[in-house]
Ligand binder design. Structure first.
Ligand code: LLP
Length: 419
């Protein structure tokens, strides 16, 4: 993981020791590298050099305000999926005109709020949504800028829960119905067609699904424009994977070199492009530091019980996802005393595990770092078992900033009332 390394046997994120940070802020603690996020963004920016392209960070991956602020300052737009995400983007000081609004279930209230804020584009996902958005916009005396999200029916070859561009998924409008849907939308006075959109899945580690989806999208753009409806921008969604466990996704700039080659060959090279990357910008910029509470040897399994759990790191429980787990302080001798453990949390469910069959040399009181924890960890965390949400620190060289304090008990019961 870039910007995460041992120095004098102590694990560091950039110039900050994780042991020191966790003594100051407690555990479980998320620690992010600012340089790593900006490097990941730079790979896309290099890929798009000289092009008319906008990178809209899919903030569901990690929606903490300071991280949004970082990407806003670096010139990004944002892909949002709720009114809450819009409120966060605005609270982080970002420009509403660079916001695109995805999702199959936008409410009327959310549409009105986004129109009021003046967002750049609604990515609409159904014919029913088109009618409602038209009505809401007309009621406000406005025109809603829209793209239609197309379901290109390509297999992203990823976990079934996170593939989105197949016929059986709830997302987007079927390829065959796209042209007629554009014709309907273009005739509605409350809507203004500005683009076309697709997003085929997440943690994609091959380039073929992207190249296939691109061909299908460009076929559609040709037929929609032939019907007299101009498409100003083409949005290819997000989904590029990261290395969790020896995965070898293409680099963002290399992937886009190929995709742009295809766009150029088909005469779309100067079209405005948009993308919606989430995980690939933040996933490998974060770690979660956790303290070992108890060692529990067993007949069939040895358990290493830590103070982080499925409420902090839901990906293993939800997707059987793999995250590397490494010691915060390297052991003096590498091999002696190492044993195989299931690393589990304190939550009262067997599904509460963070890693299965991990070889570790640990004892209670030691600290471990769960790697690649920058995306879809904090943003999917919960208060299950009335556990507080963890704290978050952003590291910038030798400096660290507490960007979210740990939940207090008062935070947890705010808004609740006794009978
Ligand atoms: N655009 C749309 C419309 C999306 O639905 C998503 C992710 C993205 C962009 C960003 O995709 P990314 O670049 O991050 O792959 N919780 C799951 C991942 C769910 C992804 C949902 N949609 C996980 O932890 O693996």
């Amino acid at each position: 993981q870039p910007h995460v390394h041992y120095e004098n046997s102590q694990l560091h994120v950039e110039g900050c020791s994780l042991d020191a940070l966790s003594i100051t802020h407690g555990t479980p603690l998320f620690v992010y590298s600012k340089a790593s996020m900006l490097d990941a963004l730079a790979a896309y920016q290099r890929g798009f050099a000289g092009r008319n392209a906008r990178i809209c960070y899919a903030m569901k991956a990690n929606s903490s305000l300071a991280i949004l602020q970082l990407f806003a300052k670096a010139g990004c737009g944002f892909d949002i999926v709720s009114e809450g995400e819009l409120a966060r983007v605005l609270a982080a000081g970002a420009d509403a005109s660079k916001v695109i609004f995805s999702g199959v279930g936008k409410t009327r209230a959310e549409m009105a709020c986004a129109l009021e804020a003046g967002i750049g584009c609604f990515n609409v996902e159904s014919e029913a949504e088109i009618d409602v958005l038209n009505e809401v916009a007309l009621g406000m005396g406005k025109q809603a800028p829209i793209s239609i999200r197309v379901n290109p029916n390509v297999d992203p070859k990823t976990h079934p829960y996170i593939s989105t561009g197949l016929k059986g998924n709830k997302f987007g409008i079927a390829h065959e119905r796209t042209l007629m849907t554009y014709q309907r939308a273009a005739a509605l006075p409350g809507l203004k067609v500005v683009g076309i959109d697709c997003h085929i899945g997440s943690q994609i580690t091959e380039e073929t699904p992207y190249l296939d989806a691109m061909d299908r999208m460009l076929d559609l753009v040709e037929s929609i424009e032939a019907a007299g409806i101009p498409i100003h921008h083409i949005d290819f969604g997000g989904g590029l994977g990261i290395n969790y466990n020896g995965d070898t996704p293409p680099a963002a700039d290399a992937l886009w070199h190929k995709l742009l080659g295809k766009l150029d060959a088909r005469g779309f090279g100067q079209r405005q492009l948009m993308i919606e990357p989430g995980r690939s910008l933040v996933g490998n910029a974060g770690v979660c530091v956790t303290e070992v509470l108890y060692m529990k040897p067993g007949e069939q399994k040895n358990f290493c019980i830590v103070d982080a759990a499925m409420n902090d790191l839901p990906r293993p429980a939800m997707y059987q996802a793999f995250h590397s787990i490494v010691p915060v302080k390297q052991a003096a001798s590498q091999s002696s005393g190492a044993e195989v453990f299931d690393v589990v949390g304190p939550v009262c469910e067997s599904g509460d595990w963070i890693g299965h069959d991990r070889t570790l040399q640990v004892q209670s009181g030691d600290k471990l770092a769960v790697l690649s924890a920058g995306a879809y960890c904090m943003s999917m965390s919960s208060n299950y078992n009335s556990r507080p949400k963890a704290a978050e620190v952003l590291v910038d060289g030798a400096h660290s900033h507490l960007i979210r304090q740990r939940d207090s008990f008062a935070d947890q019961i705010r808004g609740e009332k006794l009978l």
